[in-house]
Design a protein around this ligand. Structure first.
Ligand SMILES: NC(=O)c1ccc[n+]([C@@H]2O[C@H](COP(=O)([O-])OP(=O)(O)OC[C@H]3O[C@@H](n4cnc5c(N)ncnc54)[C@H](OP(=O)(O)O)[C@@H]3O)[C@@H](O)[C@H]2O)c1
Length: 305
């Protein structure tokens, strides 16, 4: 796989574990400078040290960010905006599934807040920095679970309606719809936005639900011979983020370093527009409090035709 050397700075969420960490290691080896977002400072420091030892000329920065908290995402977004004029690649990677109903500090069901809303806000805050970079790309991590959503329901589960798999599947559908809606809205601005299905991966995913739940997930995937390593999953992320083969592609879904078909629902532009509207409302974003949007020169609050 050949990669463009034009890309320089990549911002990646959920960089301290799993697929995000493996992607960070692979991108650093390609010569990227990295802004690593994560919740735990000690893990961020450890990753920074590993990367600096391996790549003496690279620049690696850790920025604390809890994707489930709108205040934390705003703080991280504002800090990155202040310190970086231009971002070549944004990878919306962080994600989690929760076995029980929980709410974020903003009172939003935690799976949806973490996987989708945090990335909606972060991407919006950084858009002008991305727009200014040559060969820019936004990559959002989806999952084959997005295919399990058969019909439209309210986006936010309540304590009563909560079903852990359904809620996770909807959050990954939201990631996919967001990636494609962004591609439509940014087509004129030539910003590429794509979704990646990393496969079923032997990462720390679902570990937050306890060791037993995590071991079950790993063992059942192993039995079905589906499990792949984080390094292999990261190859598709890097393919979308940096390969010359994917340059200029937008609104695509990548799996195993190839273009693949997402579910029909993921291509529903009406549903994507409705999700966009809800996401604006739940993040409280508007033209006045999103410094990137006037600079981008588009009214991202308007529906695309
Ligand atoms: N593993 C799979 O089989 C699989 C399959 C399809 C899609 N995916 C997707 O791939 C992406 C990466 O998952 P993974 O498998 O690498 O899982 P992982 O090993 O659990 O890593 C997830 C990363 O997201 C971070 N994260 C979780 N909640 C966060 C929050 N509130 N704020 C900031 N960061 C947060 C984690 O940070 P902490 O270390 O602080 O928790 C961790 O760095 C996710 O979007 C997931 O949905 C995974």
């Amino acid at each position: 796989m050949s990669h463009s050397t034009l890309n320089r700075l990549c911002v990646i969420t959920g960089a301290t574990a799993g697929i995000g960490r493996a992607s960070a290691l692979a991108l650093a080896a390609l010569g990227f400078d990295l802004v690593l977002l994560g919740r735990r400072q000690h893990q961020g420091n450890a990753l920074q040290n590993t990367l600096s030892r391996r790549h003496a000329i690279g620049h690696f920065q850790f920025v604390p960010c809890d994707l489930s908290s709108l205040v934390s995402v705003r703080e991280a977004g504002e800090r990155i905006r202040e310190e970086h004029r231009s971002i070549d690649v944004l990878i919306n990677n962080a994600g989690a599934r929760f076995d029980r109903y929980e709410e974020s500090v903003d009172g939003i069901e935690l799976t949806f807040a973490t996987n989708h809303l945090g990335h909606f806000l972060l991407t919006s805050l950084l858009l002008d920095r991305i727009l200014g970079a040559p060969n820019n790309r936004i990559v959002t991590l989806s999952s084959q679970r997005h295919r399990y959503v058969a019909h439209v329901k309210p986006w936010l589960a309540t304590r009563e309606s909560f079903d852990r798999w359904d809620v996770y599947s909807r959050a990954k559908l939201a990631n996919t719809l967001f990636a494609f809606e962004l591609a439509r809205r940014l087509e004129q601005a030539a910003v590429a936005s794509n979704a990646v299905d990393p496969g079923i991966v032997a990462s720390q995913f679902a570990r937050n639900n306890g060791r037993v739940a995590w071991t079950k997930h790993i063992v059942s995937s192993l039995i079905h011979r589906q499990l792949i390593s984080c390094a292999r999953a990261a190859q598709t992320v890097v393919y979308a983020a940096a390969s010359s083969e994917t340059r200029g592609k937008t609104g695509k879904y990548f799996y195993e370093r190839k273009e693949a078909a997402p579910s029909e629902l993921a291509l529903d532009a009406g549903l994507a527009a409705q999700l966009w509207k809800c996401s604006l409302e739940w993040t409280g974003l508007n033209r006045k409090n999103c410094p990137a949007w006037p600079i981008v020169g588009m009214d991202l609050t308007q529906k695309v035709k």
